[in-house]
Design a protein around this ligand. Sequence first.
Ligand code: AMP
Length: 176
Amino acid sequence: MNTKKLEKLVRNIPDFPIPGIQFKDVTTLFKDADALQEMSDGLCEMYKGKGITKIVGIESRGFIVGPMIAHRLHAGFVPVRKFGKLPAPTFSESFNKEYGEDAVYIHQDALNENDVVLLHDDLLATGGTMVAAVNLVKKFNVKKIYVNFIIELEDLKGRDLFPSEIEITSLIKYDI
Ligand code: AMP
C-alpha cells in the first residue's frame, strides 16, 4: 500500500471545529476511487488470515471503511454508537473528552466469546473514544482484539492508553 499517496489525499483544515484543532478531513481520500481501492486492498491484506469474525466501527467515520473491510473479510459489522441511537438493550462506556464526558454504546447481543474483533475508526487523537470502545468489546470476553485507524496523530500519544496485548495499526501518521 502506498501510504504516502494516501497521506497526500487527506485534507488539513486548520481551526476546525474550534481554534487550535488541525482537522484531518478524510473525505478527500474517500472520494478518490484508486486510493479507496488501494486502502481497502491494503487493509484486507493486513488482516486476512487472522480469523476476524466481526468488524466494530466507531460512529460515524468508522462506518465508511469498516463495512468495506467486513464485506471483503467475510466478517460481520457491528456499530459502536453515540447516546440514543441503538434500539435494543446496550452496554455503555463513558470517557473524558477535552470538555466534559461522553459515552459510547454497543448492543448487548452484538458479540460473543467466539469472536475475533477488529475495531476501526478514521483517526486516533487522544485515544479516549477507542479505549472506551475497546472496553465495550472486552465485556464480551472475545478471543482477540485488533484495532486499526486510517490516521494516527502521534504527538498526542493516544496509543499509550491501550493495554499491550491489543495490536494497533495506523496507515498514516502525523506529528499533528
Ligand atoms: P480521540 O478520542 O481524542 O482519539 O478522538 C477520536 C475521534 O475524534 C475520532 O472519531 C475522530 O474522527 C475525531 N477526531 C479527533 N481529532 C480529530 C482531528 N484532528 N481530525 C479529525 N477528526 C478528529
